[in-house]
Design a protein around this ligand. Sequence first.
Ligand code: SF4
Ligand code: SF4
Length: 264
Amino acid sequence: MHKLEGMTNVEPVRLGPESKFKFNCHPGVKCFTRCCKDINIILTPYDIIRLKNRVGLSSEDFLSLYTEVQILEKTDLPVVMLKLLKDENDASEGSACPFVRDNGCLVYEDRPTTCRYYPLGVASLSHKEDSDGEEFYFFVHEPHCLGFEEDKEWTVAEFRQNQGVVEHDKMNAEWTDLVVRKRSFPANMKWTEQTKQMFFLVSYNIDKFREFVFESSFLQRYEIGESTLEKVKSDEIALLQFGLKWLKWLLFKEGDFKMKAPAD
Ligand code: SF4
Ligand code: SF4
């Protein structure tokens, strides 16, 4: 299993791709599924697409049923978190991920990036990068996690590959870049509410963003090639990447979006 972001148990060790560690998680560990309780899991755009397809919902319905939104104080950006459920079998009044069952994760093949990373954390999203801007990793070592007592040895790179993190990071790279840039803004440079809504729409509500592209005045305002339009209409990953590029153009004036000349 996995977990994330409480970050109270972060070990002050900077790990690189070749750093080695011993860890294993499987149904035989005594703590199995413990880490899916009382947690905070921030969802990335790609996580939401995978999960909403897994449970057969639109992004709008998935967001409303399974998530809650918070504003990250440091970045002043909306983040989407899995909404935990009260655990009926837990006398301590704890709460648990809606997808955890006694025999494991119901959505394992589509589990979020954070769940895949655990017990590693990645510096680009959770912490500040190194002064040279390089990404690095660290352990989130919680006392209840017995996976560190197992004999299986990995390098960080092997673990990331094994857990499918590499693909998730690739899909989320443009979005992570946006968030990291926003975080480096001076605190008094705030985005407008409208900008934050656009960030939310593109990042988290992909089905509504598709409607926005094809059913609002968007296509009257921007010059978008036919082949791009065909692609983003049928491929939601392409639509996400398109949306993130558009946001980057809108916010940082980077990239090659062209506005149409106003009609006479
Ligand atoms: S999504 Fe799966 S792995 Fe992640 S917290 Fe929920 S049950 Fe655990
Ligand atoms: S070994 Fe760690 S990651 Fe695996 S189930 Fe136990 S607490 Fe979770």
